[in-house]
Each structure stands twice: as structure tokens, then as C-alpha cells.
Design a protein around this ligand. Structure first.
Ligand code: CU
Ligand code: ZN
Length: 245
């Protein structure tokens, strides 16, 4: 594109030089008109390209954040665990892998370390509780657990779950963005497609939908707060381990 722009500028300059000291014929006048038109078109394209890049194509301001406030499914009866919490997402640039913080509580405090599945489901529709969020978000028509929002299993300790996960395949922008779709927390473990039945390749047989939320874009502050808390918790854990050793 730069080469084309330079070539046009050169042509305009040559045409202007040729004009000096001679009569301008109709033919050369038309040619100059065409060159001016071409120059204007190339400039428009160039400005559109550079403008689009400056508006969000990978610069330092391209980072996207999203938040999802998890609430118990409205279709659950009161006897079921009431899971609440927050899921935060960060994507440093379009096309980059997603990072997420998961902080949830309200699971039954089982003595053994249970695992719970978390996925992105197709619709951000909570009108019938988490049941109206549809199947797993599957823009490429592939099998579970290859869906972009198949976040896998999360260990629950003393009824709560707290985890940072990098390298996730989902996106906050582009044609396969998860913004406006739902994060669903399940009552069971994801069999990761190894269950040997049809449901396993659709949803991992992860069981009942306990809680869910709709992903929405947000500012950088919630992520910064969570990252700081994460660092402090890790430090406290290290100190506890050192004392115990
Ligand atoms: Cu699910
Ligand atoms: Zn899936």
C-alpha cells in the first residue's frame, strides 16, 4: 500500500513538472484528473487502514476485561446449594489467549475434594434460570471438550473455589466473542468427553446447572483488585508452608 501511495505521488509530481513552460492539452488534463482521483482514493484507503489500527488493532489499549456475577439458578429449589461469586476475564489483545479468575462459594462442604465443571453456554438468557442459556457455546461445530468455553474442572475446598486460569481458548472480541453469553457452574464433574455416550461429547455429563451469569465487558479495576488479592493469598500460603516445614 505504501508503495502504491508513493507511486501515485511520483506520477502527480511528474505530471506537474511536464506542465511547466508548455500548453496543457486536453489529454494531459484528463490524465491529471485521473491521477488526482487515484491519489484521493489511495489516501482514503490508507487513512482508513491506519485509523482502524490506531482504534484498537493491537496497541497498548487493546486489552479487554469482562466480569460475570454468578448467581444461583432461578430454577433451582431452595434445598440445592446456593452458589455465588465472581468470574473475571482479561484478554490482552485480539487473538490472544484469555485469562480468568474464578471465585465461587456456597458449594456443599464435602470432606473429599470434589470437582465442579464450568462452561460457557450459548445464550445470555437467564429468564428460566440457567436452563435458558442453551447448550455449550459451539461456534465451530466441534465436540466437547473442544468448545472455546470448556474451562474444565475446578477443585472445591471447604465449599469454595478460587482459581486463576491462563491460556483459555475463549475470546472477548471478534466473531466468536463470549460477551453476552453465559458462564454456567455445574453440580458435577466434567468427564471431558470420555463418558462413552452422546451427552459426554456435548456437555461432559457435568450434571445440574447450579449457578450462572452473563459475561459483560468492564473496566480494568476488578481485574487489578483480584490480581492483587491473588498475589497476597499466594504469599500467605507460602508463609504457612514455610512455617509448617
Ligand atoms: Cu455447562
Ligand atoms: Zn463443551
Amino acid at each position: 500500500m505504501r508503495v502504491l501511495l508513493c507511486a501515485c505521488l511520483l506520477l502527480v509530481a511528474c505530471a506537474s513538472d511536464a506542465e511547466v513552460g508548455s500548453d496543457v492539452s486536453d489529454a494531459s488534463y484528463r490524465m491529471q484528473e485521473q491521477i488526482r482521483d487515484m491519489y484521493a482514493k489511495v489516501t482514503d484507503i490508507w487513512e482508513e487502514m491506519t485509523g482502524r489500527r490506531a482504534a484498537g488493532g493491537g496497541g497498548p489499549d487493546a486489552t479487554l476485561h469482562a466480569a460475570c456475577q454468578v448467581r444461583p439458578s432461578a430454577s433451582l429449589d431452595a434445598a440445592q446449594p446456593q452458589v455465588t461469586g465472581l468470574v473475571l476475564f482479561r484478554q490482552l489483545a485480539p487473538g490472544a489467549r484469555l485469562e480468568a479468575f474464578f471465585e465461587l462459594e456456597g458449594f456443599p462442604a464435602e470432606p473429599n475434594n470434589a470437582s465442579r465443571a464450568i462452561h460457557v453456554h450459548q445464550f445470555g438468557d437467564l429468564s428460566q434460570g440457567c436452563e435458558s442459556t442453551g447448550p455449550h457455546y459451539n461456534p465451530l461445530g466441534v465436540q466437547h471438550p473442544q468448545h472455546p468455553g470448556d474451562f474444565g474442572n475446578f477443585a472445591v475446598r471447604a465449599g469454595s473455589l478460587w482459581k486463576y486460569r491462563p491460556g483459555l481458548a475463549a475470546a472477548l472480541s471478534g466473531p466468536h466473542s463470549i460477551v453476552g453469553r453465559a458462564v454456567v457452574v455445574h453440580a458435577g464433574e466434567d468427564d471431558l468427553g470420555r463418558g462413552g455416550n452422546v451427552a459426554s461429547l456435548e456437555n461432559g455429563n457435568a450434571g445440574r446447572r447450579l449457578a450462572c451469569c452473563v459475561v459483560g465487558l468492564c473496566g480494568a479495576e476488578p481485574w487489578a483488585r483480584q490480581a492483587q488479592e491473588h498475589a497476597e493469598r499466594k504469599k500467605r500460603r507460602r508463609e504457612r508452608e514455610c512455617k509448617a516445614a
